[in-house]
Structure formats: structure tokens, C-alpha cells
Design a protein. Sequence first.
Length: 311
Amino acid sequence: MTWGWTGIRGEWADPQAEHSLKEMKEKLHVNWVTVAFAALQEHPQSTAIPFEEAPTVTDDEVLWAIRRSKELGLKVCLKPVVNCKDGTWRAHINFFDMDVPCEPKWSDWFASYTRFILHYARIAEETACELFCIGCEMVQTDRREQEWRQLIAEVRKVYSGPITYNCDKYQEDHVSWWDAVDIISSSGYYPIGDWESQLDRIEAVVKQHKKPFFFMEAGCPSREGSQFLPNDWGLEGSPSQEVQEQYYEAMFAACEKRDWVRGFMLWDWPARLYDPSAAALNDDYCMYSKRAEQTVHRYYTHKQTSASINL
């Protein structure tokens, strides 16, 4: 499960965050957690990522989330993400292909991004995180192969565990540097009736690179119409637990047929949970006290029990 998004300073390392982590472990029967948070650059053509500043969570809060997750028996993936303060989706961070004087440059942005990622890679190493994610849905940056390879080389100098990159939906076969990471991962927000064809496409990538694969993100809002466009968090529609439940059932059924799908970091479980009495009116991704909660619990319990038997 993905926990803590968006990582607002002051919302971790307190009783509500503690309650959220415990409920996640108990209600969903998860064995892994992605501790996810964001730093904000001003806009998609900014080249500075001031991750030390609010609203990004503090290092102490990150350390708390990792420590408490491990105390609950969870394996941890640390996932620092860059977002844009003006609301532009991070996939649109982009610059001229060549550095041009007096214009924002890829070289400056990657220098700042590398400093950002290395800071948390060191924390991942110090806390023995089992996985580190170097980026999330950075679609326009994906073509900058040499910069990503250099970043990965720098991360490996300070972090000894496995590395993954979370590409965006439909981009699995457009990343040219999968050989540089240890595990391929992507955001699995595919329409409810399109899972089989998308898995066919992704399977070719997995076979080509001979790397483990899992969905670093996957999920669906509990909202009418979201099963057909699960990545649109602003889609208008009435709350519907049935839609979310049906989506998870279809996703799990499709992925169960593919033994190369190694798991999910479902989206998402916030540090501040709504009251269970409000679940019927909540139309977001979190499945807390919704029908999909039991769907996830059953599937995860089955998978972990099967894995234990196979051992």
C-alpha cells in the first residue's frame, strides 16, 4: 500500500498518523508499504527543488514513518516525488532538448533533482529500506536517458538496496533505460475492461528486460465512472463503493493470471483517515471502511498464504 501522500509537514509522527498506519496493516493485511511524499518546485520549467522547505515533511517525520512501518512488520519502499506548486502535473516538467543560454535547462534541473534524490537515498540506506524509488511518472523526463543513468549510478554509491522507477501508465514500453534499475514498476490505472490487452503489452517489456515487475501505483476512486478512467482524480460522479470494488476485483483477476506481476503498492492510504461513518460519502482512492477494503484483504491474504505454502 502507498501511505502518507502527499506528505504535508506536520501531519506525520502524531497519533492520527499512527492510527492510520495501524489501520492499514490490520484492515488490508499488507506486507509492504511505500512511504510517499512530495517536494514542490514552482512550476514545470523551474530548475530548483527546495525539498528542505515546507510543505515537504521533515526528515524526522520520514524517519518516524519508516521506523513505525518496520515495527509493524512491514517492508518499506521510500518514494520521494517532485510536484509543481502551480498544480501542473509532474509529467509535464520539461525543457529544451539542448541547453540554451538564458533559458531553464535540463542540466540545472537534474542537478537539483539529483541532490533531492540522493538526500533520501541516504536515509533509505541508513534505515535499511528494502526498496528505493528514484522517480514517479516523470513522462517528459523519461527521454533523458543519460541523465537518468547518471542519477542511478550516483544513487548506487549511497544506497545498497534495489532501485525502481515508477513510470506512468502506458509508458512501460517507452523507457529505454530499464536495464539500469533492478525492478520495473509502473502506475496501473487502466480502464476496467482493458486490463488484459495492457498486460499483454507490458509482458513484452518484462520478457525483454528479464526484470521483476510490480505496479508501484494502482487503484480506482469510489466514484461513478472512475472504473473507465481511474487515473482522473477530478472526474465528476457520485460516490460509489460498488465501482471501486468491481474495479479491484477485475484488476486482481486479470493480474492473477500473470505470474510476472509480483504485487502492488495500491493507491492510496493517507496519514489522516476520514471517520468510518463518512466512508459512504468519500469518493477518493482510499478504500478505508469501504467494500473494496475487504476485496483487498481477501486477495492479499490469499496471496501471502499461497506464498507461504509454496515455500
